[in-house]
Design a protein around this ligand. Structure first.
Ligand code: NAD
Length: 482
């Protein structure tokens, strides 16, 4: 059985801690690797190495840093399929989805190449008699990146290319459920020519996270995961004066107006709910219709959803892969049961769909629950699976009010041909990423990933040149009397 390696000081090292977690191929329900929980002394050693490496790395001219970044970019393109295959094996998403995960990662490498522009300071000559004043941006030291299971490649890349190009060093702690993709990427980091200690990887789960949060030499933490853990990380970091940004859980609403062009958009709407098997923080979760179009939308949505083919992600004919773990599958099935108990009507039941070729996989078919009301669990909690809850609002205004009553605010989409509705929706909905005829409102790398409310803790968002530059640097003002 393979044991996932750490990457510390330019070397792949076996962890010393307890073998605590299993990595599965979720399509086969098979254990394929194990992960050791990092010990405190292993995390502390990696941090000491990062502190030391940063003293030299910060002095490397930014143009030289960007040359290494370009090498990494090239290596990522050249190894796109190999990385994507590792992701499909350990996560379950389709090969095409995994390739998308890698492409989004590479876009952040490309976006970080603009750091030499973003890091520029400002100055005023003769701000007072004989006095000049100048603002410069300086790196802070060592940052940690703690990532979730669902985008094992893209999410660490939301942060580390910016952090290192701006002169910091980083320690990445991937999800213990999908750690092999970033283990693979570390080979490319080494081949690109990053000096030892600039980018490191330590593995583990909650204990490794605590060792990171406890380490006083770490200047800041970029976290993405569920809301309870995000809140915990945020509070711990702010109380110990670490910089922190935490992307968190989501409950995304997709409003389909009667004037929407359903024919053109149905594939896009379906992709929002069932892409990545619904394990996506931008996934559609509640399908909102009006009385005028409810029956028409539901009929077409259910018809198309029922054609999706479940299977192993490396099989070309697969449209939707499995969920990440058996216990998560049971949790999602539990939501469907509760919805029925609370008065929902199951129109398409994914629990009855099991791909014959993969009897031990963690599969759940596309599910549609109609007649969902505001107080129901499926309306309020993140499910993180292929379940569409259908809510019928009496008006556009009521739809907005229902969407805004959610405690989450990651993303929300509207399908309409009306400029009026599109504008009112984008201005009136309290979510950070808005889609107009776009079901997965995923900002391109040079825009921030803008979650709100319980979907984000912090001020500066992941990715995007400006937010990243502010997060990963400190401003200094220099006043000179000539
Ligand atoms: P998770 O919160 O279980 O884990 C995230 C990270 O935190 C992992 O590295 C994990 O090892 C660590 N962790 C888990 N429990 C911990 C604990 N008790 N103490 C300290 N660390 C702990 O999340 P997940 O299941 O891996 O990912 C799914 C969640 O992530 C969903 O809620 C999803 O919406 C969210 N997500 C959010 C975004 C976003 O940008 N807002 C993006 C992707 C995923």
């Amino acid at each position: 059985m393979k044991s996932v390696m750490n990457f510390v000081d330019g070397q792949f090292l076996a962890g010393k801690g307890e073998e605590k977690y299993d990595v599965f191929n979720p399509a086969f329900g098979e254990r394929i690797a194990s992960v050791r929980e990092a010990r405190r002394e292993e995390v502390d050693r990696a941090v000491d190495i990062a502190v030391d490496a940063q003293t030299r790395w910060q002095r490397v001219p930014i143009s030289d840093k960007i040359k290494i970044l370009f090498k990494l970019e090239n290596l990522m393109w050249n190894n796109l399929e190999q990385i994507a295959e590792v992701t499909t094996i350990e996560h379950g998403k389709t090969f095409e989805e995994s390739k998308g995960d890698v492409v989004r990662a590479i876009q952040n490498v490309e976006s970080a190449a603009a750091s030499s522009y973003h890091i520029m300071g400002r100055n005023n000559r003769q701000i007072a008699n004989g006095i000049d004043e100048e603002l410069i941006r300086v790196p802070l030291g060592v940052f940690a990146v703690i990532s979730p299971f669902n985008f094992p490649v893209m999410i660490p890349f939301w942060f580390f290319p910016y952090a290192v190009t701006l002169g910091n060093t980083v320690i990445i702690k991937p999800s213990e459920k999908t750690p092999m993709s970033m283990e693979f990427v570390m080979k490319l980091v080494k081949d690109a020519g990053y000096p030892d200690g600039v980018i490191q990887l330590v593995n583990g789960g909650r204990e490794a996270v605590d060792y990171i949060l406890d380490n006083k030499k770490i200047a800041g933490v970029s976290f993405v995961g569920s809301t309870p853990v995000a809140e915990y990380v945020y509070k711990k970091c702010t109380s110990s004066r670490k910089r922190v940004q935490c992307g968190a859980s989501a409950k995304n609403f997709v409003l389909v107006m009667p004037d929407a062009d359903l024919k053109v958009n149905i594939g896009n709407i379906i992709g929002s709910f069932y892409g990545n098997a619904g394990e996506r923080c931008l996934a559609g979760s509640v399908l909102v219709t009006l009385p005028d179009n409810h029956d028409k939308v539901l009929k077409l949505f259910t018809k198309v959803a029922s054609t999706l083919k479940l299977g192993y992600g490396m099989d070309k004919s697969t449209d939707m892969g499995p969920l990440i773990r058996r216990d998560h599958l049971q949790r999602v099935e539990g939501y469907i049961e509760t919805a029925v108990e609370e008065g929902g009507k199951v129109i398409l039941d994914g629990r009855k769909i099991r791909p014959k070729r993969y009897p031990n996989g963690f599969f759940l078919g596309p599910t549609v629950v109609d007649e969902v009301t505001e107080d129901m669990k499926v309306m309020n909690e993140e499910i993180f699976g292929p379940v569409a809850s259908v809510y019928t609002a009496n008006s556009f205004e009521e739809a907005l009010q229902v969407i805004n009553s959610s405690k989450y605010g990651n993303a929300s989409s509207i399908y309409t041909t009306s400029g009026k509705f599109a504008k009112e929706f984008s201005e009136g909905v309290s979510a950070g990423n808005i889609g107009i005829n776009v079901g997965v409102a995923a900002p391109i790398a040079f825009y921030p990933f803008a979650g709100m409310k319980d979907s984000f803790f912090g001020d500066l968002h992941p990715q995007g040149g400006e937010d990243s530059t502010f997060f990963f640097t400190e401003r200094k003002v220099i006043i000179t009397r000539w």
